[in-house]
Design a protein around this ligand. Structure first.
Ligand code: KDG
Ligand code: MG
Length: 412
């Protein structure tokens, strides 16, 4: 089954998405998500200039061989651009293989290990009443696990808080929360870790008092703390029984997590900006985390993330795949098939896409009573409507960045 063509489709319905579409000589098509938020065109160039020419004429069935060829054959390894490009090829080939087999992709990954995937949504509010409203609205939408982010007194804008311009009036869905903003320069946000550390435990105390002990609650520290600050936060959140504390320190320094672990039993999730199994080697072996946050889209695809999760399983570490709006419906479908098949599934992040995105990507997943299921169509179960995609050309957009009160750039 030879590859006849490979096309890169860039579209910006509610935000930018990059999709690779591979077609075989006998007309089977497969899709892969290559979206890298704020750096989309770097992946487009990598694919267009260096990968697509290598695909034509290759055997579409040899997925592992293609992965190794693109990874080892490039000599230059790892990095988000490379790994997003490889991921797109890998997922498109899995889509093709499953369509050729006439099966939903999860069947080829070992079959379903569960009936559905517990998913969490993003509740947020600048103030406590706004936060409570957002949690209630997520519960009404069926969410059974909820991430909680709030404003911090004294800070103007902060990661994780939905704003009114992220509300889709057509669908009533809030983009809770969409950080990339269209424009030619990144928006500046401000940050003060001490103010944040004082405020967050009071938020979780109030949320537990209002919503009771059972609701699984998550929180994203978004890489901003030093190890000792992260340890302090984990410890101060213990009474509120978090499902996880995410990205408590910048992930580059993996040893930092040893210090955090020595001080707290709050479960730790990390890895949305990691892109290979080698980024996880130490923290899995030393059992420094509880959940692997990587997305299929940013970690070399299904083939590579499956290896990471199998390694993690030896240490009872579970999946918590990244699922913000910058993972396209193709990337989300890939996550759902993988999550359904593996044994050590933990939870799936799920932020709903906007109405325009749902018209560009025709999807067959289901969302019922807080659980996702990828559906039973052959392949991933997602098709891209090119006429709809063509209505929304790429628009430059950047993620924001942080400065401290004295002007120093801080992790965002
Ligand atoms: O592109 C960056 C976003 O996906 C990221 O900021 C979202 O941290 C995030 C999360 O946990 O969803
Ligand atoms: Mg995160």
């Amino acid at each position: 089954m030879r590859i006849a063509s490979a096309e890169i489709i860039v579209t910006s319905p509610d935000r930018n998405f990059v999709t690779l579409k591979i077609t075989t000589e006998d007309g089977i098509t497969g899709l892969g998500d290559a979206t890298l938020n704020g750096r989309e065109l770097a992946v487009v160039a990598y694919l267009q200039e260096h990968v697509v020419p290598l695909l034509i004429g290759a055997d579409a069935h040899r997925i592992e061989d293609m992965w190794q060829f693109l990874y080892r054959g490039a000599y230059w390894r790892r990095g988000p651009v490379t790994m997003a490009a490889i991921a797109a090829v890998d997922v498109a080939l899995w889509d093709i293989k499953a369509k050729a087999a006439g099966m939903p992709l999860y069947q080829l990954l070992g079959g379903a290990s569960r009936n559905g995937l517990l998913a969490y949504g993003h509740a947020s509010g600048k103030t406590m009443p706004e936060l409570f409203d957002s949690i209630r609205s997520h519960q009404e939408q069926g969410y059974r696990a909820i991430r909680v982010q709030t404003g911090v007194p004294g800070l103007k804008s902060i990661y994780g808080i939905a704003s009114n311009d992220t509300f889709d009036a057509n669908t009533g869905v809030r983009y809770d929360h969409e950080p990339a903003q269209r424009g030619a320069y990144p928006a500046e946000e401000d940050w003060d870790t001490r103010a944040y550390l004082r405020h967050v435990p009071t938020v979780f105390e109030a949320v537990r008092n209002e919503f009771g002990p059972e609701l699984p609650l998550l929180h994203d520290g978004h890489h901003r703390m030093t190890p000792i600050q992260a340890a302090k936060l984990g410890k101060s959140l213990e009474p509120y029984d978090l499902f996880w504390l995410e990205d408590c320190t910048p992930a580059e320094n993996q040893e930092a997590l040893r210090l955090v672990r020595q001080h707290t039993t709050t479960p730790l999730a990390i890895g949305e900006i990691f892109n290979t199994q080698w980024d996880y080697q130490q923290i899995i072996r030393e059992q420094l985390i509880d959940y692997v946050r990587s997305a299929v889209t940013h970690t070399g695809g299904i083939s590579h993330l499956k290896k990471i999760l199998e390694y993690a399983a030896q240490y009872q570490i579970k999946s918590g795949m990244h699922g913000p709006t910058d993972i396209s419906p193709v990337g989300m479908a890939a996550a759902m098939h993988l999550g359904l098949a593996i044994h050590n599934f933990g939870i799936q992040e799920y932020m709903k896409h906007g109405a325009k995105t749902d018209q560009v990507f025709e999807q067959s997943f289901t969302w019922e009573n807080g659980f996702l299921h990828p559906g039973n169509k052959p392949g991933l179960g997602v098709e891209l409507n090119k006429d709809e995609a063509g209505k929304y050309p790429y628009e430059q957009a950047y993620l924001p960045y942080n400065r401290l009160a004295d002007g120093t750039v801080h992790d965002w």
